[in-house]
Design a protein around this ligand. Structure first.
Ligand SMILES: NC(=O)c1ccc[n+]([C@@H]2O[C@H](COP(=O)([O-])OP(=O)(O)OC[C@H]3O[C@@H](n4cnc5c(N)ncnc54)[C@H](OP(=O)(O)O)[C@@H]3O)[C@@H](O)[C@H]2O)c1
Length: 298
């Protein structure tokens, strides 16, 4: 199969590319960075260097593909001028235009837990709207929306707080369960969807391990030599003030607080618990904790 991968050699796209190449597929990897050409070729894939904002580049790159993996790269939350919703919907529209123009018949789209929700999910509204934009494509185009849980690597953002205050403080977690996922497990699920013969439209949850904030803090704390590390549940207001005080775009900070508030209220994970994957992924928090400790000790 000829498969197009967006997201360069990012957290999901790198293991995804390796998996698809190992299984005999022709893989084209889109990166915005010409310096990545060699690394992409070394994995056995073909680089396509260009910008996801350039719809003509996407149309040309998608031509002749049997399947496309679409993802929206993270925006810079500290950019005071970033309109995150417009950024997501802009790339969603580019993908839809290019998919239709190139005659692509199979799409696997990276959405998110809470991607089913039109409201109340904060910064995830963009991913929901991308789902809707793609769903408006002609019926004969098969689409799977991947709805992974919270990525383990989100925990890296707590390193400065652990170093300065000795705790993780957030408006979710504590005694409550956080559904976690590893990008490696997402990559396996995406590869399975891209190469499956099934057609039609669906959403698929992806999960690695469900752990409370307390359990998460215990595993990470042991890995970094702070076995008493606590996960403290704080208010939305405190979280918002903390994010704004470190220079985050205030609108995006409010969206993050709403998203995590929805995890706290149960709204965000409702669909995940109704549609849990048949199997949990292989990478557990104990495995991820080694990577976390390496970053912590750097
Ligand atoms: N964090 C979570 O809990 C969570 C949960 C659910 C879903 N998600 C989704 O997961 C995404 C992150 O996935 P990931 O970790 O695999 O991504 P990632 O590692 O951040 O990789 C994305 C890559 O895309 C490339 N890129 C960025 N802008 C580009 C542009 N304009 N044109 C072409 N390529 C561009 C960059 O590589 P080059 O420099 O090589 O171009 C970048 O490294 C998030 O953006 C979000 O949509 C996240």
């Amino acid at each position: 199969m000829k498969v197009i991968i967006t997201g360069s050699l990012g957290n999901i796209s790198k293991p995804l590319t390796s998996d698809l190449v190992a299984n005999g597929n022709e893989v084209i990897v889109i990166s915005s960075n010409p310096a990545r050409k060699q690394e992409i070729e070394d994995l056995g894939a073909t680089p396509a260097i260009g910008d996801l904002h350039d719809v003509e580049f996407l149309k040309n790159t998608f031509a002749g593909a049997d399947a496309v993996y679409t993802m929206v790269p993270p925006g810079n939350y500290f950019d005071q001028n970033l309109d995150l919703l417009a950024y997501y919907t802009g790339l969603g529209k580019n993908y839809a235009t290019a998919i239709e123009a190139a005659g692509v018949k199979k799409v696997v789209n990276l959405s998110t837990i809470g991607g089913n929700l039109a409201e109340g999910n904060g910064i995830l509204k963009g991913a929901h709207q991308v789902e809707e934009i793609l769903n408006a494509l002609p019926e004969e185009i098969s689409i799977t929306h991947m709805r992974p849980n919270s990525f383990y690597y989100n925990l890296l953002s707590y390193i400065p707080m652990i170093k300065s205050q000795g705790i993780i403080a957030a408006n979710y977690g504590g005694k409550e369960v956080i559904p976690w996922v590893s990008p490696i497990d997402i990559a396996s699920a995406v590869a399975a969807e891209l190469t499956s013969t099934s057609t039609g439209r669906k959403a698929r949850s992806v999960a690695s391990e469900d752990l409370s904030g307390d359990e998460t803090a215990k595993i990470l704390g042991e890995a970094i030599g702070k076995p008493d590390l606590q996960w403290i549940l704080v208010s939305d207001e405190d979280t918002l003030n903390a994010l704004i005080s470190i220079g985050m775009n205030p609108e995006i900070a409010a969206g993050l607080v709403e998203m995590y508030g929805a995890l706290h209220s149960g709204l965000l994970a409702e669909d995940y618990y109704k549609n849990k994957p048949a199997e949990m992924g292989k990478v557990k928090m104990k495995d991820y904790a080694k990577e976390f400790a390496a970053a912590f000790n750097q």
